[in-house]
Design a protein around this ligand. Structure first.
Ligand code: RIB
Ligand code: CA
Length: 305
């Protein structure tokens, strides 16, 4: 059973991914959540992660990740995710507390469990890059890395850059060039998994649960902001990583080497596949079986509080 650390920046789609991690827990073992800056500042994403952990009864520790990117000026996505990073749902007072420094936790856990722990990153790759640089045993101890980030089908922040990579291109370059096996969910594949009215109606008709209220309230906001700023319905970017862990056959991949543009102005944060590279270490998602994805989503929904 694959054991993983989930590094996220909740974030509307991060929240769906956390819900699926809870509902599909029979397929894998979520060890801990780390909240990084990204969609909003770290204090806001950490508060959202703690609220979601309480609402979902996640029963795993929630740690604090990085507050800033490695080099560039921090950018957030308040236009899409709102001032608090997860606009829409209202949570009761949170009784959970941050478990401590996420970088320290990830270094200790991965190095003390060689070959056992997968690092899943669905926000900027800063935490992962810091761990890779902090201790050379981290890379060799990791089982593998799964990321949501990058794109060769155009960007969602600039014409060429996807947000998680754009938020910290230097961190992404460190990760992609680490030599560790990486499973990449870029926009190439995540934009194939779009929410739609039928799915929303199916959720509306499902049994009353606390999470159903959270999902519908968050998607009501997310649909409006995506419609205004990006494309019609929101894509289930981050949840693709969890669906993959539950059922790898839901996606198809090709092996590439990924490089990040950290130099240019206009294409800063763009990712490029180097197809003729000798040391291809990235399994790049190219196709999603959306029926399998949504079946997994509703399987999870059935099991949520
Ligand atoms: O580009 C999509 C990614 O940026 C997702 O992880 C979303 O949560 C935002 O962080
Ligand atoms: Ca995210």
């Amino acid at each position: 059973m694959e054991r993983f650390i989930f590094d996220c920046d909740p974030g509307h789609d991060d929240a769906v991914a956390l819900a699926m991690a809870k509902g599909l827990s029979k397929y894998f073992k979520l060890e801990a959540v780390i909240a990084t800056y990204g969609n909003q500042t770290r204090d806001k994403t950490l508060a959202n992660a703690l609220n979601l952990a309480q609402a979902l009864e996640l029963d795993v520790p929630v740690y604090a990740g990085s507050e800033m990117p490695l080099i560039r000026k921090r950018v957030v996505a308040a236009n899409i995710h709102g001032e608090n990073g997860l606009a829409g749902p209202v949570f009761p007072p949170c009784k959970l507390k941050c478990a401590g420094n996420g970088i320290r936790y990830a270094l200790d856990t991965v190095i003390n469990n060689p070959g056992e722990i997968t690092f899943v990153s669905v926000g900027p790759f800063t935490d992962l890059a810091v761990c890779l640089k902090a201790d050379e045993r981290f890379a060799s101890s990791l089982k593998r890395i799964i990321v949501m980030g990058g794109s060769t089908v155009g960007g969602n922040v600039t014409n060429t850059a996807e947000f998680n990579v754009y938020a910290d291109p230097e961190a992404a370059e460190i990760v992609f060039s680490s030599g560790v096996e990486i499973v990449q969910f870029g926009l190439d594949v995540t934009l194939q998994v779009m929410l739609n009215e039928d799915i929303l109606n199916r959720v509306r008709a499902s049994k009353e649960t606390n999470y159903k209220k959270i999902f519908l309230a968050s998607m009501e906001y997310y649909v409006k902001s995506c419609r205004e700023f990006i494309h019609d319905f929101p894509a289930m970017h981050d949840p693709c990583t969890i669906a993959y862990l539950a059922d790898p056959s839901a996606f198809e991949f090709k092996k590439v080497f990924v490089s990040v543009d950290c130099k240019s102005n206009l294409n800063y944060g763009a990712t490029v596949d180097i197809r003729e590279a000798e040391d291809k270490n990235v399994y790049k998602g190219i196709k999603a079986d959306t029926e399998k994805f949504w079946n997994l989503f509703f399987e999870a929904l059935e099991r949520l509080p």
